[in-house]
Design a protein around this ligand. Structure first.
Ligand code: TYD
Length: 138
């Protein structure tokens, strides 16, 4: 997979005896300005989420609590990331099919997104995604 398509972004951590503090600034720690934040919680451990790609949207996904796996697929290659550190988010560019599984009990997933929600930005059909994704360089 081309390295810029998906990568781990590590955020700063301010540690003292009161606990840890992590912050994120759009356009500074992320390659986009944050337009939307959403989070997944009360997730059954056998849940499968994702199963789509985006035409334009870029995202960074964090496990704020617990852990889960994300398989990313650029149409040529698949790679699995396990997220469990609230400091380390997975950046996912446009045109990446993602599937999220193996949620731990009580996992909380936070997503920072480059655009407002728009159902028209989704590819929910894998065949349709593949035909577009394979037109861009490996
Ligand atoms: P979806 O993106 O398919 O969830 P996941 O990738 O976690 O499986 O979204 C699930 C539903 O929630 C779908 O009906 C669209 C809606 N939704 C919004 O209304 N706004 C949002 O910001 C998001 C992410 C989803």
């Amino acid at each position: 997979m081309t390295s810029g398509y998906c990568k781990i972004i590590e955020l700063p951590k301010i540690h003292d005896t009161r606990g840890d503090l992590t912050f994120v600034e759009g356009g500074v720690h992320l390659p986009f300005d944050i337009r939307r934040v959403y989070y997944l919680y009360n997730i059954p451990v056998d849940s499968e989420r994702g199963g789509h790609a985006h035409k334009e949207l870029e995202q960074v996904v964090f496990a704020l609590s617990g852990s889960f796996r994300i398989q990313v697929d650029d149409g040529y290659q698949k790679k699995i990331y396990e997220l469990r550190d609230p400091r380390k988010g997975l950046y996912i560019s446009r045109l990446i099919w993602r599937e999220m599984t193996d949620f731990s009990q009580g996992a909380v997933c936070m997503v920072l997104a480059s655009h407002y929600y728009d159902e028209a930005d989704y590819y929910r059909d894998y065949g349709e995604f593949l035909s577009v994704a394979r037109k861009r360089p490996k």
